[in-house]
Design a protein around this ligand. Structure first.
Ligand SMILES: Nc1nc2c(ncn2[C@@H]2O[C@H](COP(=O)(O)OP(=O)(O)O)[C@@H](O)[C@H]2O)c(=O)[nH]1
Ligand SMILES: [Mg+2]
Length: 194
């Protein structure tokens, strides 16, 4: 699939603010700094960067209409919650509400930095998705930072960890926004879903 048009449409702080549209939504999420904005820009063209990186919008869902056909949802990053008082809440209400309840949510791409071994926060999030039966795939980002051998090894380690919990593994993607690699596989997957 080629992206001919990508338009920022709205931001929302809660589910009730998402207008009904009847089309499929494909959402992107991951820890802060995982490379989400860079990946979205690679997929859609640099024009989206400005909107999605606007300060103050980082805690919101940002909806982009793609090819007048489907929606790309830029979700807030998780894992940087400041410990203030009481228990630290890892995943904000809007994140949990969106993935578990949003009407249009069709598929979630969970971004993971390929350099890291499985981190608790990512595993916790993936387990939540598994428990709730939410359709998702894993995108290993920043593949240019590792040699092919180390990349394969890290992904194998990740898959082995997931296999402790699940019989079937989710779709796996590998991307480098730096080298402009891996975007087509994601767009082709979305096209198949459509
Ligand atoms: N080498 C490399 N760096 C990347 C890649 N994607 C993102 N980065 C860098 O990682 C940092 C965070 O990226 P950003 O897209 O802002 O992450 P976000 O916080 O998840 O939106 C920036 O310094 C990017 O330049 C990639 O594919 N390769
Ligand atoms: Mg960002």
């Amino acid at each position: 699939m080629k992206i001919a048009s990508a338009e920022f449409k709205f931001s929302s702080a809660k589910l009730s603010q998402i207008p009904k549209h009847g089309q499929k939504e494909f959402a992107f999420i991951g820890r802060s700094n995982v490379g989400k904005s860079s990946l979205i820009n690679m997929l859609c063209g640099a024009g989206l960067a400005k909107v999605s990186s606007t300060p103050g919008k980082t805690k919101l869902l940002n909806h982009f209409l793609i090819n007048n056909e489907w929606w790309l949802v830029d979700m807030p990053g998780y894992g940087y919650a400041k410990v203030s008082h009481g228990a630290r809440k890892e995943f904000s209400k809007i994140i949990v509400d969106y993935v578990t309840k949003a009407e249009g949510m069709h598929f979630l791409f969970v971004l993971i930095d390929c350099r890291h071994e499985p981190l608790k926060i990512d595993m916790d999030f993936l387990m939540l998705l598994g428990r709730e039966g939410i359709p998702f795939g894993i995108v290993f980002t920043k593949s240019d930072k590792l040699s092919a051998t180390r990349l394969k090894n890290n992904i194998d380690v990740y898959c082995a960890e997931l296999s402790k919990w699940w019989e079937e593994l989710p779709p796996i993607f590998t991307t480098s926004s730096e080298k402009k690699q891996g975007g087509e596989q994601i767009l082709d997957y979305i096209e198949k879903c459509l």
